[in-house]
Ligand binder design. Structure first.
Ligand SMILES: Nc1ncnc2c1ncn2[C@@H]1O[C@H](COP(=O)(O)OP(=O)(O)OP(=O)(O)O)[C@@H](O)[C@H]1O
Ligand SMILES: [Mg+2]
Ligand SMILES: [Zn+2]
Length: 278
């Protein structure tokens, strides 16, 4: 059994991107020759994981540490953290299949959807239903197809517009990225502090307006209902978004307790999740 193939679109980072990540994360995985976050350079660089998507049998995989590292850096640079780097469509459970299909349909039709600037709003009032998971999977799948994606926490984007960023060059670089990537994911819209609402509205308006006018899509997760989004952001953002948007309610119960159980089970079995694109 071989490890998951590295997606063709996965490219080494530029030095500038690498340095920027390293500045932000002193513990960054820097050298796959010496260290591996997947196999830990143990057991002759192998790890155990399910043999196939039915997850009934376990197989031993040879770890391609360099490929895993390249993917790790590629996703990290796109704002996709270590946890979501290791989750795949096989991990999605208990979401109505019709919802998953709708999101997969976006991927299958990516060229058209991205060209048309088709936005996506994944919402549910309850936590832990899989909104961020589905958004990460969407972005990873688009990256595999060669699209540039960036996943940002909504609060991070707000910080762009405040003075809390020390480094002006870094801020500008980030701003450029948020404006220009083929698809921008904004995680947790509406979790910002209410005191900042006016500023937030202006800033959301600015980013969303710029992207909508360039026909570049945004994909949002939120605990707000479309109605609350309309009220919270004065309707301007909503009307911008909804010109070309699918609102998908991600129904279901909080999956976090179940995820904890599964993680414990994997640990008991000595399994290691590889970093995977899809
Ligand atoms: N339907 C699901 N199938 C499998 N795993 C899930 C599902 N929903 C959530 N999870 C897992 O539970 C954890 C929380 O999920 P996620 O962050 O996607 O929820 P969320 O809807 O974004 O929650 P919140 O509203 O709090 O932001 C993650 O580890 C995720 O992988
Ligand atoms: Mg979330
Ligand atoms: Zn390894």
């Amino acid at each position: 059994m071989k490890p998951p193939p590295k997606p063709a679109a996965c490219m080494p980072l530029s030095n500038a991107d690498f340095e920027r990540l390293r500045a932000a994360r002193p513990k960054l995985w820097g050298d796959p020759q010496r260290e591996c976050k997947v196999c830990l350079k143990e057991n002759g660089n192998t790890y155990r994981w399910w043999a196939d998507s039915s997850r009934t049998e376990i197989a031993t995989y040879e770890c391609n540490c360099t490929d895993q590292w390249l993917m790790h850096m590629w996703f990290l640079n796109a704002g996709i953290g270590a946890n979501y780097q290791r989750l795949t469509w096989d991990d999605v459970a208990s979401v109505d299949p019709a919802i998953v299909e709708q999101i997969m349909a976006y991927v299958l039709n990516a060229k058209r959807n991205v060209a048309d600037g088709r936005n996506l709003v994944l919402w549910s009032q309850s936590p832990g239903t899989g909104k961020t998971l589905l958004l990460s999977l969407l972005l990873k799948a688009l990256m595999v197809q060669g699209f540039q994606a960036h996943l940002a926490q909504f609060n991070e984007i707000i910080d762009l517009f405040t003075n809390s960023w020390r480094d002006k060059a870094e801020r500008e670089q980030w701003n450029r990225r948020v404006r220009n990537v083929h698809i921008l994911g904004m995680d947790d819209m509406g979790k910002e502090s209410k005191g900042r609402l006016e500023m937030v509205e202006a800033m959301v308006d600015q980013i969303v307006r710029a992207r909508v006018s360039d026909s570049l899509p945004v994909a949002i997760t939120t605990n707000l209902t479309p109605q609350q989004m309309q009220e919270g952001y004065g309707g301007g953002v909503m009307s911008l978004l909804s010109e070309q948007a699918d609102f998908i309610e991600v129904t279901g119960t909080d999956y976090r307790p179940r995820r904890r159980e599964l993680t414990a089970q994997e640990a008991r079995l000595g399994l290691v999740r590889p970093i995977a694109a899809v």
